[in-house]
Design a protein around this ligand. Structure first.
Ligand code: PBG
Length: 325
């Protein structure tokens, strides 16, 4: 053994304080964004079947939820609406009294320090469940843009701090930027979901948001999971069009894409740890097969290590609690 040469990596792992000193990445409560599903109607707090611990809430239950979020120090919420009425063109998405607009006003009035991000899409509001207007059996790009712009402007009017368009129509960032600027909202940032894959991991979300497409799928507008360079093209055009943040979605199976976006562009990168990822962890934890806390913290830290600046996650409340311990 005397002349054997090798590196002693274990030196820096020998004690907890030493490991802590050389730790390269840290998850912070400030990194977390918590999605909320606001249900129209009264007196309901429906747990999403496939997402234990996640609820569709009516407005009368929002205060208790927001108190908890504020108390935990979570800086930001992402709002999804579940309307009572749906139609062909998703008109509740851009109605002045739409559920997201109402919830936004309430939050900004009562919790001004919490950053409200409005998800800007039509799928929760259309009777067919697609993210835009249907023409000849497919989502029509340019006419959908107009409705998205109306939605974004009405969300900004209600007080949303950030607009997060997720419908994957080409030109959505350019159109929304122009619409916001014309309406006097040039200071409202756009968090683009431009790198969004056509993923099976959205299944449980569609239970939560009641947004399952009634025919076909989203493959003509969301990206093919097999593609990497396409993500860079999407990010590049969104950034040229004025995106202020770039979301990569889903999270766990796409950490390579997060790293690519981080290495190639200079804006804050957001990862969406989506519903299916959450459901898998919850199901395994409920069976006693994994240690939920350690798994969640490892996943979220891995997302930071991959290059995410911010993490949208249904685990946000638990993670914030664990970070306090
Ligand atoms: C679409 C949208 C989706 C999610 C957020 N916004 C899914 C979809 O394309 O059906 C999914 C989020 C999740 O799975 O947690 N507007």
């Amino acid at each position: 053994m005397k002349h054997l040469q090798f590196a002693r990596h274990r030196r820096l792992r020998s004690s907890a304080p030493l490991r802590s000193m050389v730790r390269e990445n840290h998850l912070r409560t400030e990194d977390l964004i918590y999605p909320l599903f606001i249900l129209e109607g009264e007196n309901k707090r429906n747990e999403v079947r496939s997402m234990p611990g996640v609820y569709q809430l009516t407005m009368d239950n929002l205060k208790a939820e927001m108190d908890e979020i504020a108390e935990l120090g979570i800086p930001s919420v992402l709002l999804f609406g579940v309307p009572e009425e749906k139609d062909e063109c998703g008109s509740q998405a851009y109605h002045d009294h739409g559920i997201v607009q109402v919830a936004t006003r309430f939050i900004k009035e009562n919790y001004p320090e919490i950053v409200v991000i409005a998800d800007t899409c039509l799928c929760e509001y259309t009777s067919h469940g697609h993210c835009g207007l249907i023409e000849n059996g497919d989502v029509h790009n340019d006419s959908s843009l107009e409705l998205l712009v109306k939605t974004a402007v009405s969300q900004a009017e209600a007080g949303a701090d950030i607009i997060a368009p997720s419908n994957m129509m080409d030109g959505f960032v350019a159109a929304i930027r122009e619409g916001l600027d014309e309406a006097g909202y040039e200071n409202i940032p756009i968090m683009s979901y431009g790198v969004k894959y056509a993923s099976a991991f959205y299944g449980p979300f569609r239970d939560a948001a009641d947004s399952t497409p009634q025919f076909g799928d989203r493959k003509t507008y969301q990206m093919d999971p097999a593609n990497r360079f396409e993500a860079l093209r999407e990010a590049e055009s969104d950034i040229d069009e004025g995106a202020d943040f770039m979301i990569v979605k889903p999270g766990m199976p796409y950490l390579d894409i997060v790293r690519d976006v981080k290495n190639n562009f200079n804006l804050p990168v957001v990862i969406y740890n989506v519903s299916g990822e959450y459901s898998m962890v919850k199901a395994a934890a409920a069976n006693g097969w994994i240690d939920e806390q350690r798994i969640v913290m490892e996943m979220l830290t891995g997302m930071k290590r991959a290059g995410a600046d911010l993490i949208i996650t249904y685990h946000a409340k638990d993670a914030a609690r664990w970070l306090k311990e």
